[in-house]
Design a protein around this ligand. Structure first.
Ligand code: ATP
Ligand code: ZN
Length: 304
């Protein structure tokens, strides 16, 4: 109980200061001045510090449904995926829709699934884009990407939003290139949190798989050490929250999208993701509600 109360405490303070603008939907917030200072500042600092040797890409928060089907996201995470539905009826269907709405009934019956889904992780559009270029060059690819992501996980936990920004670095290449990149980033990530004066712990983790297979799949990920997270306290009296993740995908994306290295082998991929809202929340939680009063080195890092 105390956990929810405290989370609401931080939420209430951020709403009162105008940092977060509630929308009425759980986990969907507008960002005011102070929160934008934090998330935009983080994005710019990450770009400045780590983006030099990475190819910058920006995708809108929508992905072609066909790409997500090829990747198989709906197999493991059907509960998180948001699909875009649109009206595609005639005038008669429209009249029925309005009538149903005005009668307080469900007006969405004529909405049909479109060829788009909401992007669940900012790296997803990168793999199809790179596959379209043909064989991966010997030096591999390093890409830096950021977008809003959507996951259908409404929650009273301020740190579990339905839509949030993920800044990622993606590596595509040989198994060794992908693994070395992922492992090296764990130290780099830790140093970044040190510069933000946020306490962190590195922990093995797994993805939130759906249903009965979740236990086995999660255990498999842990056994193979495919996912690590940097966690920092955001909610009092609750376990620390994952603010950054380090993921080895092995040949999952390579196989799904026929991504091959120059020698014809299936490419391996890895990604590391900064959760900008969660890091921002950690900054407010640890340094106070007013960014101008944050430690000067932290403020300057974000101000750029
Ligand atoms: P969790 O286990 O907390 O659901 P995840 O392991 O699915 O997260 P990743 O897919 O590794 O998360 O996402 C990368 C980063 O994006 C996370 O470390 C976190 O900082 C951020 N993130 C993930 N889900 C959310 C969310 N619902 N709200 C805000 N940030 C999120
Ligand atoms: Zn990723």
């Amino acid at each position: 109980l105390s956990e929810t109360v405290t989370a609401h405490g931080l939420a209430a303070q951020l709403v009162k200061s105008g940092a977060l603008i509630p929308t009425g939907a759980q986990g969907v917030f507008g960002r005011g001045e102070d929160f934008s200072f934090a998330t935009d500042g983080l994005s710019n600092a990450i770009q400045r510090l780590f983006g030099k040797d990475a190819e910058r890409m920006r995708f809108p928060p929508l992905t072609p449904r066909g790409d997500l089907e090829r990747i198989g996201y709906f197999r493991n995470f059907p509960h998180l995926l948001g699909t875009v539905h649109c009206f595609c009826g005639d005038e008669r269907a429209h009249r029925e829709l309005v009538k149903a709405h005005d009668a307080g009934a469900d007006w969405t019956a004529a909405q049909a699934a479109s060829d788009l889904v909401l992007t669940p992780a900012s790296c997803y559009p990168v793999y199809p884009a790179m596959a379209a270029r043909g064989p991966v060059p010997a030096e591999g690819y390093t890409v830096q990407v950021q977008s809003y992501c959507f996951r259908r996980e409404p929650s009273a936990d301020l740190a579990r939003m339905q839509t949030f920004q993920m800044h990622e670095f993606v590596r595509i290449g040989s198994p060794e290139q992908a693994r070395a990149f992922r492992d090296q980033w764990m130290e780099t990530g830790r140093a970044f949190f040190q510069a933000l004066r946020l306490p962190v712990e590195l922990e093995a983790a797994n993805d939130p798989f759906f249903g009965r297979a979740a236990g086995v799949m999660g255990q498999g990920q842990r056994t193979q050490q495919l996912k690590y997270e940097l966690k920092t306290p955001i909610n009092d009296d609750a376990p620390p929250t994952a603010c950054m993740s380090f993921n080895a995908h092995l040949d999952h994306f390579g196989k799904a999208l026929d991504l091959r290295t120059a020698d014809g082998e299936t490419a391996h991929t890895a990604c590391v993701g900064f959760g900008l809202e969660r890091i921002a929340l950690a900054l407010f939680r640890h340094h106070g509600i007013n960014p101008a009063a944050w430690p000067s080195d932290v403020f300057e890092l974000l101000e750029g």
